[in-house]
Design a protein around this ligand. Structure first.
Ligand code: NAP
Length: 238
């Protein structure tokens, strides 16, 4: 008998996270929308009903000290397991100028809020999910990072977001190292530049294309990689 895998995707009420849930569900994974506003999550789930996908929703605000653990506990209570965690929720609030924002205009509050969501959020979720996965002897953790966080290509523009994604890459390596020897794989990925609220209308990729590598990492076989950074299903430089 094959096990039905259960997945929790943060920030899945729109954008790439929504598409990750759709693709996982099409593969037969019991994918759960994590949404900080549950009504937004329910509205997103409604959009998938015409495809025959009945998607559950849990409240999940990654900025909260309590909500990530509560969301993981809720999935475990409802479905008895949590096999896949996709750390997708993030913000890009650098200003003025968005992608052109300068380090010399960076406010401490912008840096703090960015790290709270983009780094502490995934830390909280990994801390909550890993014990459940350890008990099952199976886990796939996918961190949505960005080429903007690559030290090998670091440059100016939206510095808070860039530094938060570099930190997500470090988190990926640390978590993979701590979980080595288990069947819990932790990988980071860059979706490319994707047409979402964050990426904007001029981006060159669809959400479907942006979600593909995350879904691949979320469903890796037991001999798949861990502690890596990927785009288009291929390793990229840190
Ligand atoms: P998006 O369209 O802006 O959607 C972001 C999602 O994160 C929304 O569902 C949002 O929920 C959620 N979120 C934000 N703060 C949250 C919080 N405190 N708790 C829970 N959810 C929260 O972004 P996207 O383009 O889909 O990006 C998804 C991921 O890909 C992010 O990690 C991003 O950094 C990464 N990425 C994107 C691009 C790109 O070109 N789009 C490129 C590289 C990497 P609300 O609706 O409640 O705000």
């Amino acid at each position: 008998m094959t096990t039905t895998r259960t997945a929790l995707v943060s920030g899945a009420n729109r954008g790439i996270g929504f598409e990750i849930v759709r693709q996982l569900a099409r593969l037969g994974v019991l994918a759960v929308i994590g949404a900080r506003n549950k009504d937004d999550g329910l509205a997103a789930a409604e959009k998938l009903k015409p495809e025959g996908l009945d998607i559950p929703v849990v409240a999940l605000d990654v900025n909260s000290d309590e909500s990530p653990a509560q969301a993981v506990a809720e999935v475990k209570r409802l479905y008895g397991r949590l096999d896949i965690l996709v750390n997708n929720a993030a913000i890009l609030i650098d200003e003025p100028g968005g992608f052109n924002a300068s380090l010399f205009d960076l406010k401490a509050d912008t840096m703090r809020r960015t790290m709270e969501t983009n780094l502490l959020g995934p830390i909280r979720l990994i801390q909550a999910a890993a014990p459940v996965m350890r008990a099952e002897g199976y886990g796939r953790i996918v961190n949505l990072s960005s080429g903007a966080g690559q030290l090998s290509d670091m440059r100016s523009g939206y510095p808070a977001y860039r530094m938060s994604k570099t930190a997500v890459n470090a988190l990926t390596r640390i978590a993979a190292s701590e979980l080595s020897g288990t069947n819990i794989k932790v990988n980071a990925m860059c979706p490319g530049w994707v047409r979402t609220d964050m990426g904007g209308a001029n981006a060159d990729r669809s959400p479907e294309e942006g979600a593909d590598t995350a879904v691949w990492l979320a469903t890796l076989p037991d001999d798949g990689p861990t502690g890596g950074f990927f785009r288009d299903r291929k390793p990229i430089a840190w």
